[in-house]
Design a protein around this ligand. Structure first.
Ligand code: IMP
Ligand code: MG
Length: 179
């Protein structure tokens, strides 16, 4: 069955098939890296939910999952975003191998804040896996160990990513027409 693209979509960047294929490859890399251990996947609500579930199903070692939610705010409209935890994890991560799962790493502020916060809780290891990486807009450097796709400097939606809370349920990633 084919579905019409909703209004506001300029072009599809990655199809559902391309995304599934790439997730399989990255899940294999992750399984190799952590072979013999178990892994805790931490998803950042809400954008990472679609990616996390697809990734988790392809990982070949035991995984636990947990979620946190953040909210961003800017003290001034032009200032870089500040981030706080709006919903914390349900369980401790002490001594565990933790993979922070993100929809997109853009400026890097969110990822850096979360890495610093989680590192303070004594995990055995901590790394980032992101569906999309937009390195051209990075302001703070963060180590991104696993990523599916690098993207151009355009606003994108789909596969978890939203525009005003819409479009998260698209199976593909598309460039948004913003005008
Ligand atoms: P960062 O702190 O600038 O790296 O921003 C990361 C967050 O901004 C992501 O988790 C997204 O919620 C949001 N974001 C950044 N770029 C996009 C985009 O192109 N589409 C939708 N959300 C985005
Ligand atoms: Mg968002």
């Amino acid at each position: 069955m084919s579905r019409m693209e909703p209004p506001g979509i300029e072009r599809i960047l990655f199809t559902e098939q391309q995304i599934q294929q790439r997730i399989r490859e990255v899940a294999h890399e992750i399984s190799e890296r952590y072979r013999g251990r178990s892994l805790k996947l931490i998803g950042v609500l809400k954008g990472a939910v679609f990616f996390l579930t697809a990734l988790a199903r392809e990982i070949e070692i035991p995984v636990e999952i947990d979620f946190l939610a953040i909210s961003s705010f800017s003290p001034r409209p032009s200032a870089p975003g500040m981030v706080r935890i709006a919903k914390d994890l349900d369980e401790s991560i002490e001594g565990q191998d933790v993979l922070l799962v993100e929809d997109i790493v853009d400026t890097g502020f969110t990822a850096r804040f979360l890495l610093q916060t989680l590192a303070g809780r004594g995990p055995n290891s901590l790394a980032i896996c992101t569906l999309l990486d937009r390195t051209s807009r990075r302001i703070v450097q963060v180590p991104v160990e696993f990523r599916c796709f690098e993207i151009p400097d355009r606003f994108v939606v789909g596969f978890g990513l939203d525009y005003k809370q819409l479009y998260r349920n698209l199976g593909y990633v598309a460039v948004m027409k913003l005008d």
